[in-house]
Design a protein around this ligand. Structure first.
Ligand code: UD1
Ligand code: CA
Length: 458
């Protein structure tokens, strides 16, 4: 079976952080996740990650889903892959893809096509390469008339070799059985005193095995980050690539300032995304919506014709024709049914808001089930927490909840109930009733004048 080994031992000193470099994020996902996703998309399920610096953070992130091995000392890329020998030896029948965990843009197509060439040419090893205008720092591919003869690292290269623009991406296909054998033959006689994985190529050739190079026309597969500036560049690059994909699908952007859309997001035709809008994780958005400005949507499911203006919404379902904002916070596990309007300074949490209901301003609705065509007045609060436990409020269809109503949970309003403004509802209210809780209002004539007189003597 084919499998993958991902090198994730690097610290990335210039990042100035106590974190393995492959865990730095590009568009909200660690670079290591991008590499794993590409492997999985290409059908590689058996994955071994070689960890080094702060390896426990890699384990914590992967949550036991993949094999990991520790490279205790950083003695080179060949030494890193040697740590995976027990993983390779479990099944030597197929091929192994070796990748760098900090080059996030390796893609499914490159993985598949290079494997095809690797198998067709019956190679022991096939290196994935690309041409760079500025090849400085990378291993150069030495081509011969009928293939390649090896890879020369920057620090070991002659001036003539330094002029070569085809470079090693750091990704390779190996026949697994050959890889195990070749790893045993590496030495560290080179300018850096490291065990170079790249030496496997010249060794294979010297033993009469085939070695090849697959040149990708996608030079981005080489992109990595050595410092925060590089990481920002990767983010900018990925951000625009995602936006361009949506543009091609018929999504409208008049200005992309502050717009960040993660890879897992789907957006329907005719939807407009306005500035300062961040759409994260597996959010799906229907057609003809207007999202933004100043909006964050994370892991939400939005229907068609939804309008969000200055909204933060997390883990929620918002059905078609809903209009929300500005300054609204929709917290997890909320369902906002179609045709609902939610206006300024409203917070909704773990609640169902029925169809065509209006919550126009300044309200908190938590742990509640609200029916259809309800009007929630300004300042309404569902009092869902007594300091120990949370309870639910239920509000029936067609209720009119007056301004500044407190609903002390658990409590239920039946159908078409009115609550008078300022009422604190402490018991269930039957269908069609009015709940009113008020002292008798008094008017004390001339009060202000008397007060001024006694206080100021005037
Ligand atoms: C390596 C290649 C070079 C190629 C370049 C592509 C070798 C000898 N050279 O360069 O031909 O053009 O990648 O980026 O392989 N790593 C470990 N343990 C180690 C050393 C490295 O896990 O002991 C990991 C790094 O974290 C990184 C990857 O291997 O993910 C590549 O290492 P890096 O030092 O960045 O590459 P170079 O050796 O410069
Ligand atoms: Ca190195």
């Amino acid at each position: 079976m084919n499998k993958a080994v991902i090198l994730a031992g690097g610290q990335g000193k210039r990042m100035k952080a106590e974190m393995p470099k492959p865990l730095f994020k590009v568009l909200g996902e660690p670079m290591l996740r991008w590499v794993i996703s590409a492997c999985e998309a290409a059908g590689l399920a058996d994955i071994c990650v070689v960890k080094g610096f702060k390896g426990e953070m890699i384990d914590e992130y992967l949550g036991g889903k993949y094999t990991t091995v520790l490279q205790a000392e950083r003695l080179g890329t060949g030494h890193a892959v040697q740590q995976a020998i027990p993983f390779l030896e479990k099944d030597k029948s197929g091929n192994t893809l070796v990748l760098c965990g900090d080059a996030p843009f390796i893609d499914e197509e490159t993985i598949r096509s290079s494997l095809e060439m690797h198998e067709k040419q019956n190679n022991a090893v096939t290196v994935i390469t690309a041409e760079l205008d500025e090849p400085f720092g990378y291993g150069r591919i030495i081509r011969t008339e009928n293939g390649i003869s090896g890879i020369v690292e920057q620090k070991d290269a002659t001036d003539e070799q330094k002029a070569i623009k085809e470079v090693n991406s750091g990704a390779y296909w190996f026949r697994t059985a050959d890889l195990v054998e070749l790893l045993g033959k590496l030495d560290n006689n080179n300018a850096q005193g490291e065990y170079y994985l790249t030496d496997t190529i010249s060794i294979a050739i010297s033993e009469g095995k085939n070695a090849g190079a697959y040149k990708s026309d996608n030079a981005d597969i080489i992109k990595g980050a050595n410092d925060r500036k590089d990481l920002l560049e990767l983010n900018n690059y990925a951000r625009m690539a995602v936006i361009e994909k949506h543009l091609a699908n018929g999504v409208e952007f008049t200005c992309t300032d502050g717009v960040v859309i993660e890879r897992g997001v789907t957006i329907g035709v005719g939807t407009e995304i306005l500035p300062n809008t961040i759409i994260r994780k597996n959010t799906t958005i229907g057609v003809n919506c207007k999202i933004g400005p100043n909006t964050v949507v994370e892991n939400c499911k939005l229907g068609d014709d939804v309008n969000l203006h200055t909204v933060q919404a997390y883990e929620a379902e918002i059905e078609s024709g809903v209009k929300i904002g500005p300054y609204v916070h929709i917290r997890p596990d909320s369902v906002i049914k179609s045709g609902t309007k939610i206006g300024d300074f409203v917070e909704i949490k773990n609640s169902v808001i029925g169809e065509k209901t209006a919550i126009a301003h300044l309200a908190y609705v938590g742990d509640s089930d609200i029916g259809k065509r309800v009007n929630i007045g300004c300042g309404t609060v569902t009092v869902n927490y007594d300091g120990i436990e949370k309870s639910r409020c239920v509000i029936g269809d067609n209720c009119f909840v007056g301004c500044n109503t407190n609903l002390i949970a658990p409590v239920k309003l039946g159908k078409a109930v009115y609550t008078a403004a300022g009422t604190t509802v402490t018991r269930d209210v039957p269908d069609y009733a009015l709940a009113i809780d008020r002292g008798v209002m008094k008017i004390n004539e001339g009060y202000t004048l008397r007060k001024l007189k006694t206080k100021l003597g005037k």
